[in-house]
Design a protein around this ligand. Sequence first.
Ligand code: NAD
Length: 321
Amino acid sequence: MRVLLTGAAGFIGSHLAERLCARGDTVVGFDNFDRFYPRAIKERNLEALRGSHRFQLIEGDLCRRADVARTMIEKVDAVVHLAALAGVRPSIAEPARFWDVNVTGTLNLVEVCRARGVRRLVFASSSSVYGDGSEVPFRESDPCGRPLSPYAATKRSGELLAFNAHHLYGMDVTCLRFFTVYGPRQRPDLAIHRFAQLFASGQPIPMFGDGSSSRDYTWIDDIVDGVVAAIDQVKPGYRIYNLGGSRPTSLSELVDLLSSAMGKTPIIDRQPEQPGDMPRTLAEVSLAARELGYAPKVGITEGIPRFVKWFLTQPLPRPTP
Ligand code: NAD
């Protein structure tokens, strides 16, 4: 297959591109090396791919339709749309930029897909779309009409634009709601990576709330399995699936696991709950299990030491949290 993969230089995108190239697909990556975190990190993410004749990177911005059009000059069999600005707190700081990239950018992509007759679209959504009134475990049937942050609102809007693409232009669309993804190359702003940096530099770990908030952490290879299944087993119509680890871990448990993997005692800096944050996330994954064969394999007690092993191989200086 020839797959267009937006956000290929990022955390999840670079892992997915490697998996697709390794099994013989051709990947056209698209990325603008957004300044949200340093380009040098994204260049490192691409190191293995740069040597592959199956991988090509087109540098461009989703917000410029002409850039997006360049990615589909040759016909593609599927489009996997991962490029986005991610994160709840940064979206509260820059809501308009998040809207431009995540909503207008997604619309640009859909329009080019329509013009080029693309049949298959996989869209990276987020557990953040579950908002006010959503009960754990989160189910795909939840109305998701009350997002708690601009990021969540943009991801839900992306799902709705993707529905248009199905309804009006007949594309087969799968939206995948990822639940906090971690593993090698995890974005440096996310809790596990950020806490590891703070442990390593002997700085205090900010603990928002009393430590009882919980997240459903999902190992990167499990997410890649789910995305590959969505590409391969395209179901006719419009589908939404949760991709989570399906186990909750509290913030206190997470800090304890990191502390023992790093061999360091944490200095805790207690802070109030953050606006826009959800108190807990947990995925119901039975739909993805039934229809995609999704089965997460790596639990947090195995995943954290694996993450730390990777983290400790990273070149210094590490990005400042
Ligand atoms: P990431 O920031 O590492 O990757 C996103 C990539 O998109 C980056 O390389 C960035 O340069 C690129 N990008 C941003 N703006 C762009 C633009 N205007 N034009 C072209 N490229 C642009 O993030 P990630 O963690 O790999 O996330 C990938 C996707 O998965 C995102 O859509 C994110 O919202 C979603 N997601 C991630 C998580 C998670 O825990 N990591 C959870 C839920 C959803």
